[in-house]
Design a protein around this ligand. Structure first.
Ligand SMILES: [Mg+2]
Length: 127
């Protein structure tokens, strides 16, 4: 499975990367903001799963998701939010995210979230 991790924090991306890489057979790509994320999709996409941070410079996660969904209804998108952004999660669902995870989270929470989201989308769980 191909993953795209979009977050302006390198530390955060490294944490995600470590977690996601523990799923067998994954290929992981990264981007530091929404614009880079869209560029990665053009160059290396499509991705099976995208983890997208909400708050980023240049282009935020919500804008990126809206743009992605103009053409791609299929990729699984999980939005990463802070407690403060949580009240806006309905907006993100409307924009087309499949699920969300609230920071800070444990590796187990993220893995469970990915697994649940894939199952719900009928993709089947990662090997
Ligand atoms: Mg951020």
């Amino acid at each position: 499975m191909k993953f795209l991790l979009v977050d302006d924090s390198r530390t955060m991306r490294n944490i995600w990367k470590k977690v996601v890489s523990s799923i067998a057979g994954t290929e992981v790509f990264e981007a530091g903001d929404g614009l880079e994320g869209l560029k990665q999709i053009t160059e290396n996409g499509p991705f099976d799963v995208m983890l997208v941070d909400w708050n980023m410079p240049n282009m935020d996660g919500l804008t990126m998701v809206t743009k992605v969904r103009e053409t791609d209804k299929k990729s699984i998108i999980i939005m990463c939010t802070t407690e403060a952004e949580k009240p806006r999660i309905i907006e993100a669902i409307k924009a087309g995210v499949n699920n969300y995870v609230v920071k800070p989270f444990t590796p187990d929470t993220l893995l469970t979230k990915i697994d649940d989201t894939l199952k719900k989308a009928g993709v089947g769980q990662p090997a």
